[in-house]
Design a protein around this ligand. Structure first.
Ligand SMILES: C[S@@+](CC[C@H](N)C(=O)[O-])C[C@H]1O[C@@H](n2cnc3c(N)ncnc32)[C@H](O)[C@@H]1O
Length: 239
């Protein structure tokens, strides 16, 4: 868990390498339930970057098309999706341990066998643990918006990220993003339109309606109470 914490030093010079990350790690307290779920379930449902590149054929009881979700928060919507579609195998990545514990509690309660999780930086995991052309869908729901201009470099949806996602998707696979922050939605569209090899499922409309299979997320409901809109983007890998 949280292996990136040990990866900041350059092995040759010993210098601390400061990578721009899309999160600030705040280790809130885990509830007894969350800690218990991690103790019981991490050995079977947890994935570690140290185990290297996954084998999609053996990750679940049988080979399943893979859906990779980045930053699932407390995991309710991810668990609901896994329950709703057992024909897909879900890999969630969340850096916040209480969220990981909460997802595992849901997985236990719903007896999910098509769900695994990393507790780590999803960008590192994509780079180091996910084979190229292996994912059916990548989900990025309500990533931290980093409102202030001086923090925009921390936004995860950037050209290099999108190129990495494209490499990991199968041809025809989909990157599905959603945000409740208009300025971030516009930034996402600009980034996607500037990249070659994608087809926007919304065509000229740019933004898509929320697909029926995406449940509302916790963060989305919070935004709705504050009067925020919601923007969904669905782009297919076209080459
Ligand atoms: C604003 S919250 C949204 C959570 C959830 N998707 C929802 O809609 O309720 C963003 C989440 O992404 C996580 N996160 C941000 N960058 C991440 C990264 N590079 N790898 C893994 N998790 C990340 C944060 O810890 C946080 O839980």
């Amino acid at each position: 868990m949280l292996d990136f914490l040990n990866q900041n030093a350059d092995p040759d010079s010993g210098k601390i390498l400061r990578k721009v990350r899309s999160f600030v790690l705040r280790e809130g307290r885990l509830t007894k339930g969350q800690q218990g779920a991690i103790d019981r379930l991490w050995p079977t449902l947890g994935l570690e970057r140290g185990d290297g590149v996954i084998d999609p054929a053996t990750l679940f009881d049988k080979p399943l098309p893979l859906v990779f979700e980045i930053g699932y928060g407390m995991g309710q919507s991810l668990a609901a999706m896994a329950q709703a579609d057992p024909s897909l195998g879900f890999i969630g990545v969340e850096v916040h341990r209480p969220g990981v514990g909460s997802l595992l509690m849901a997985a236990e309660e719903l007896q999910l066998s098509n769900l695994r999780s990393y507790c780590d930086d999803a960008v590192d995991i994509l780079e180091q643990c996910i084979p190229d052309s292996s994912l059916q869908r990548v989900q990025l729901y309500f990533p931290d918006p980093w409102h202030k201009k001086k923090h925009h470099k921390r936004r995860i949806a950037q050209p290099a990220f999108v190129q990495l996602v494209k490499r990991k998707l199968k041809p025809g696979g989909v990157l599905h993003m959603a945000t409740d922050w208009e300025n971030y939605a516009e930034h996402m569209i600009d980034v996607m339109n500037a990249e070659a090899g994608w087809k926007n499922q919304a065509g000229d409309a740019e933004f898509s309606k929320r697909p029926s299979w995406r449940p509302e997320t916790k963060f989305e409901r919070r935004g709705e109470k504050l009067g925020h809109g919601v923007w969904d983007l669905l782009f297919e890998r076209a080459d």
